[in-house]
Write a protein of this length. Sequence first.
Length: 340
Amino acid sequence: MPRLFLTGATGYIGGAVLTRLLAHPLQHTFDITILVRSEEKAATFNRIFGQKHNLSAVAGSYSDLDLLKKLASNSDVVFACADADDLPAAKAILDGLRDKHSSGGSPILVHTVCVLSDSADGMHSSQPVYSDLDIPQLETLPPSQPHRDVDRALVEADSEGYVKTFIILPSTIYGFASGPLVEAGLQNYRSQQIPRLVDVSLKRGQGGMVGKGKNVWGNVHIDDVANLYLRIFDLVAENSPPSDFAHGRAGFYFAEHGEHTLYQVGEAIAKILSGMGKGTSVPTTFTDEEIRLYFPNGTSLGSNSRCRAFRGINIGWKPAMNTQDMLYSIKAEVEAALSV
Ligand SMILES: NC(=O)c1ccc[n+]([C@@H]2O[C@H](COP(=O)([O-])OP(=O)(O)OC[C@H]3O[C@@H](n4cnc5c(N)ncnc54)[C@H](OP(=O)(O)O)[C@@H]3O)[C@@H](O)[C@H]2O)c1
């Protein structure tokens, strides 16, 4: 019985991955542990999904390093879908997996991060477009890139031989997560970037963007992201996986299926809002004051994040939704924001 451990189960990505694990054809063979940050949510998970799915929810957080290490040390596969930046937590999980290996296991870690950012401030797009098949190119990314320290810790652990690491790097994820966790009110069903732009646009009464919105991001639907995790999970057990099914140094999997400029997103929001009598259909640049007001901790919405998900495609991942779907999804995001 494979023992699976997942963090971020109440989140947009982690919940979508857990939803697929609960619907997996081999689900009856899994022993699933999740970490959630409140006793109340842990109790609800255990009540609804515990017995039915052989799931055990444990209350704790990424600050509980001893607990993380212990839970990882009991696991064959860890899905880390909570805070991608938390290096001590990533190290605690790796320590636990080292113990698992010492006791005869062959543990797997599937980790979520998001690298690639620049300081374009919406004024231009960027080159290069990173490919997940071009490992030397990825290795030129400076340590200052987001989450790079976590990536490096994982790759180093894999090279030591006690764990196989797979790093999934989603672009802008969009669409509503769905399934029993959302229905039970346990999972965040909305993403971050587009909902944030929608919220800000509603507050200022006009669709907008950073600078001229010429910066470019990849996009990917939440269902496609979750399917990539499951594709990797399924291949781990396969005797002769595709040749691009790599781990460790080469085990980087971008998740994208199309690109957009932030002008396109701002324009889609502006058109919807102007149809409701708010502002004009042409997006406007956020003023410096608005940036300070709405993004006090800074924002990646003016940066570029360009990549190609060749590795996932080569291992049989079949993303279904594209940039048109992303633009179409914005109407529902506006409706969701208005209904809160
Ligand atoms: N959404 C995107 O477009 C996207 C794209 C690329 C990468 N990412 C990265 O992927 C990660 C997950 O994103 P998401 O969209 O799923 O976010 P989310 O919906 O906010 O979910 C975050 C999950 O992590 C849990 N969590 C947060 N901090 C924690 C901590 N210190 N200890 C234990 N659990 C913690 C949250 O628990 P609570 O329910 O208790 O808050 C929640 O379950 C983030 O690091 C994000 O930056 C997101």
